[in-house]
Design a protein around this ligand. Structure first.
Ligand SMILES: Nc1ncnc2c1ncn2[C@@H]1O[C@H](COP(=O)(O)OP(=O)(O)OP(=O)(O)O)[C@@H](O)[C@H]1O
Ligand SMILES: [Mg+2]
Length: 347
């Protein structure tokens, strides 16, 4: 909707000052007239109008000239701000206002305006990156499905070849299904501010159940499990917290070579319940550690086909919705430790 264009700010300012000067001068003129008429005997007989009128006109001209020139200078940051805001409204975020101004409030406005534009710019970049990442992650399994389906069309395939190709198609379809499921989950959680569907349940039992569900992943690798769980009643969203354990334990298993060890401990406490999940796996460099909670980030290119880098962003969102925190300690080759603090008695 186009707003009705009113007079410019500068004209409003000049007219306002003009009216103020005029009213002030008229008042002065009336006072001067009264003073001359009623007061001083010696000047009583002179005509008071010409000198008063001359002074009024003279002051008016000088006052207006000063207002016009000074007004332009004073109002220029506001004019710049309006121009910049117009640019931002058309989607141009490469704008920066000069923040050094003598008037504190004007510097403040410029500073906060710049912060706002910076924030908008990073949201725009994130949105673009997200679209690029999603397309990239979808491309690989779709290309695999296409490739193996084409191979299946060939005549005279052996039973083994047929099974291999259909197996690859099923795997890729599963990957796509997990990917789209995770994208939906993460976007739903990002738009959610409060945790819903909370119930009371045994947190230690849930951790054991998560390990059992992952048995097909840890058993073939002959990983040693070191489980030390105190009995604990917890109030929270059971389904979402299960996602946390499955992702963290899934990572620990994935990034730990055969014969390694995974430890899980649960300690009650007030105000924090503490869960520690550690492994003796490949660990992370500080550079990798810095990015692991970003969507689609995968630190190990050799394992990038196993997953999409959405596990930890989901974990961190669920934990923050639950009012908790997650901290990671890790060194390359020394394994990783994830410490999760959940609020006790968040009923
Ligand atoms: N226990 C761990 N040991 C070593 N590196 C880890 C561990 N957990 C996470 N990482 C690093 O953090 C990255 C991000 O983890 P995240 O769980 O988000 O993604 P992913 O496991 O690669 O894929 P997805 O979870 O979508 O299957 C991993 O790619 C890996 O580089
Ligand atoms: Mg993961």
């Amino acid at each position: 909707m186009r707003r009705k264009k009113r007079g410019g700010l500068w004209w409003h300012f000049v007219s306002l000052v003009f009216v103020i000067i005029l009213s002030f001068l008229l008042l002065m003129a009336i006072l001067a007239y009264l003073y001359i008429r009623l007061g001083n005997e010696t000047i009583q007989h002179r005509n008071p109008f010409p000198p008063i009128l001359t002074i009024v006109l003279f002051s008016l001209v000088i006052g207006t000239t000063i207002t016009v020139t000074v007004g332009r200078k004073i109002l220029s940051p506001i004019a710049d701000l309006i121009k910049a805001a117009k640019e931002v409204s058309t989607g141009n975020f490469d704008i920066h206002l000069n923040e050094s101004h003598r008037v504190g409030e004007i510097s403040d406005v410029a500073h906060h305006f710049n912060l706002m534009v910076q924030e908008l710019r990073s949201i725009e970049t994130l949105r673009n990156d997200f679209v690029v990442n999603v397309s990239h992650e979808f491309k690989t399994p779709i290309a695999a499905i296409e490739g193996y389906a084409t191979l299946l069309q060939e005549d005279n395939l052996s039973k083994e070849e047929h099974d291999e190709y259909t197996g690859m198609i099923i795997d890729s379809a599963r990957q796509l299904s997990t990917l789209s499921g995770n994208i939906l989950k993460i976007s739903k959680l990002e738009n959610q501010e409060l945790l819903t569907e909370q119930t009371e349940y045994r947190l230690d039992e849930q951790l054991r159940q998560a390990l059992l569900l992952l048995e097909s992943a840890w058993a073939p690798k002959q990983l040693n499990l070191n489980i030390d769980l105190d009995e604990l009643q917890y109030y929270g969203n059971e389904e979402l917290i299960m996602q946390v354990w499955l992702n963290l334990l899934g990572n620990a298993i994935k990034f730990t070579p055969e014969g390694g060890e995974i430890s899980v401990s649960l300690r009650p406490g007030d105000p924090w319940i503490r869960v520690v999940i550690s492994d003796t796996g490949i660990g992370m460099t500080p550079q990798v550690r810095k990015h692991i909670f970003e969507k689609f980030y995968q630190g190990d290119p050799a394992r990038s086909s196993e997953g999409n880098g959405l596990g930890l962003p989901l974990v961190s969102r669920i934990i923050s919705l639950s009012g908790g925190t997650i901290v990671v300690n890790s060194e390359p080759g020394q394994g990783s430790t994830f410490t999760i603090m959940l609020p006790a008695g968040s009923e």
